[in-house]
Design a protein around this ligand. Sequence first.
Ligand code: CA
Length: 229
Amino acid sequence: MRVLIVEDESRLAENIAEAFREGPGFAVDVCHDGEEALLACGAVEYDLIVLDLMLPKQSGSKVLQALRAKGCQTPVLVLTAVSEVKSTIDLLNLGADDYMTKPFDLGELIARARALVRRGKGLRQTSLTYGGLTLDFSAQTVTANDRQIELSPTEYRILEYLMHHPRKIVSKRELLEHLYDFTWEHHSNVVEAHISNLRRKLRGATPQTVVENVRGRGYRLSQRDEFAA
Ligand code: CA
């Protein structure tokens, strides 16, 4: 999952970013003004945007309007100061999915953010299943045949992404963009090592379910022999 934080108070922005990295383990990008935010949204498909309203260059409302006008459906959680809240309805009419009034509790922000991401993915349930695997979002565990598979945080995030897109080829770049922030290019080589560990752990737990290497195109979570010619 990859989140964009748009907040001009650098310290607050960094605190929110840290909370997303440490809690749900999202990849996080931070922008400090509205123009930068629109550029970032044009370049990357985010799973969630946390958007302050009072921003330099372009206000949060303008950013939100522009994104929705372009057909962007990414869930947006708005941050406002009390004095800025005209009414909840105004914010929702602009296309916000949720909002929080400053000062807010970081834990609550993360909890609401997780809920929005799940809804954004069309998943109201708290778990995903595929081919004998069950991934529990709240416990952040993966089980196969009632036995938990011990995964590193990165392996978990790779599998979570693949389980959101079962049977589809996911390019290495797409995967990297969802795992890391703007520094993703530096991680290009390690992702293969993570995939290979993940593959080995899945083989031990549920041999039917495999992470295939589709030559030159990427990776695919599938059932063994499903795509055999
Ligand atoms: Ca502000």
